[in-house]
Design a protein around this ligand. Structure first.
Ligand code: AHM
Ligand code: MG
Length: 335
């Protein structure tokens, strides 16, 4: 596919490779792109249109919702629920699965999404993003339930994110590599700007919230300690550190220049009775698919992310992702 081609064209060409394709998948990805363009517009206008600040509500995870969390969630539902491409939706911001109305024409896909990831950054004008994961609905089921979403990441048919940064970019995989598209605002289209992105296998950059250091497990502590010792330590090289607190921006950096990102399980998280900070179905699995398709790796530290059998749509997991050799080293320390 040539650089500069539109996302729409790219999706149509991708679908052509699947025998018996009906155009439904093309329609679905198009709906997602429309939702992301709308969110991008609001994120960009910010205070001018009064969308910053908190909504005064909490989500199912007990987190304060931002106005834009709620608005972005509504935009996604509005863009996806009426076009006959999806069977049901699930979102980080909704307690339960979103069922389509009885009259709605149902498609064959399930979409899971985090409408505005890293939303604590929104009021300080730092990059945020939307993450999505697409599964096939079980055949013959008219109104999918929660259990029908509980598939391992290896069953995703597509995953992507849209980062709202200095420019808005859509990153997409359908299992045939990872591609990046940049939104041309004048033109109103995402255009292919990086095809078949590859994450360097080695890196000298890590990302972790170091304020949690005293709560970490020994393998994580050992890995970061060794990085911090730099040239004089066992790694024999200096490392750089980044923490944006916006997973989408973090993954985007790693796809661009390599690196390792970690949000490990720690004693503070355990004390809350949770298995991690990030969500398996809305964050970890789609990012794992994107990163693996770019030659990187994603694990919980103990297992490959995409082989986990989910127990709940809102399940949380530890995440280690990025440059293959570093992720492998962290896994080795866990073993
Ligand atoms: P969110 O979905 O509520 O925005 O939370 C997820 C975000 C990730 O983007 C980011 O990596 C992490 O939370 C930052 O957490 P912390 O504030 O603990 O550093
Ligand atoms: Mg999130």
């Amino acid at each position: 596919m040539y650089i500069g081609t539109t996302l729409t064209n790219f999706i149509i060409e991708t679908q052509r490779q699947f025998e018996g394709a009906t155009g439904e998948f093309t329609g679905l990805l198009n709906d997602i792109a429309v939702a992301c363009k709308k969110i991008s517009d609001l994120v960009n206008k910010g205070d001018l249109v009064g969308v910053l600040g908190t909504a005064g509500s909490e989500n199912v995870q007990g987190e304060q919702q931002k106005k834009l969390d709620v608005i972005s969630n509504d935009i996604f539902i509005e863009a996806l629920a009426h076009n006959g491409h999806v069977a049901a939706l699930a979102s980080e911001e909704m307690d339960d699965v979103y069922h389509l109305s009885d009259e709605a024409h149902r498609g064959k896909y399930l979409v899971l999404f985090d409408p505005l990831d890293g939303s604590s950054n929104i009021d300080v004008n730092v990059s945020v993003g939307t993450i999505f994961s697409v599964l096939k609905a079980p055949a013959g089921i008219k109104n999918p339930r929660k259990e029908d979403f509980l598939k391992p990441g290896t069953e995703q048919v597509a995953a992507g994110y849209c980062v709202y940064g200095p420019s808005t970019m859509m990153v997409l995989t359908t299992g045939k590599g990872t591609n990046m598209f940049t939104l041309d605002r004048d033109f109103g289209e995402f255009l292919l700007t990086h095809s078949h992105v590859q994450i360097p296998e080695d890196t000298q950059e890590f990302a972790i919230n170091a304020s949690n250091m005293r709560f970490w497990e020994p393998p994580v502590k050992r890995y970061i300690d060794e990085c911090l010792q730099g040239k004089d330590g066992p790694r024999g090289k200096d490392f750089n550190m980044r923490w944006i607190a916006s997973m989408v921006a973090e993954v985007h950096r790693i796809l661009t220049r390599g690196g390792v990102f970690m949000y490990p399980l720690d004693s503070k998280i355990k004390a809350k009775g949770q298995g991690g900070k990030l969500r398996l179905m809305y964050e970890a699995n789609p990012m794992a698919f994107i990163v693996e398709q770019a030659g990187g790796a994603c694990t919980t530290g103990r297992e490959r992310m995409m082989t986990l059998s989910p127990e709940d749509i809102h399940q949380r997991v530890p995440v280690v992702l990025g440059s293959r050799n570093e992720v492998e080293r962290v896994s080795e320390y866990h073993r």
